[in-house]
Design a protein around this ligand. Structure first.
Ligand SMILES: [Zn+2]
Length: 144
């Protein structure tokens, strides 16, 4: 059964009544009203400090959830439309290609990101492919 997660408040829901609809793009979070829900094939439990970044099929940032600012110092407006690996200075962007090409999750990747202030920060990154026809991916960043 598909599970939807809100990249903003991390509210997880199961689409039992069709509310979430058929496209992650059209759906809205029931809990906080955030304009994106991300469909997962299996349940996922983010850590309290995890920040989610939603990307399109070209790995450009569509939305950043709560926690991303605390982690990176970037506001939404700093990030929207930018290549995620470039914008956040991923020390290893290779999981993104893997996820996009093969449509599989890559969990527990240890890499560094670069904050707005220019500091390197160690994170654990989980990458999820989107299962709708728009493609795209979800990146979960958890401080280490
Ligand atoms: Zn929400």
């Amino acid at each position: 059964m598909p599970i939807f997660i809100c990249p903003n408040c991390k509210y997880r829901s199961v689409d039992i009544d069709g509310y979430e609809g058929f496209s992650t793009q059209a759906a809205q979070c029931r809990n906080c009203g955030f304009g994106f829900l991300f469909q997962l094939l299996e349940d996922y439990y983010p850590a309290p400090g995890t920040g989610f970044v939603v990307c399109d099929r070209d790995a450009r940032i569509l939305a950043a959830g709560r926690g991303v600012f605390e982690l990176t110092g970037y506001r939404d407006a700093d990030l929207l439309g930018r290549d995620v690996a470039e914008a956040l200075g991923f020390s290893d962007p290779s999981p993104i290609e893997l996820v996009r090409e093969w449509g599989v999750r890559k969990l527990g990747q240890t890499l560094e990101i670069r904050t707005k202030a220019g500091f390197e920060k160690e994170v654990t990154a989980d990458f999820f492919p989107a299962y709708d026809e728009d493609g795209g991916l979800l990146v979960a960043l958890t401080p280490r």
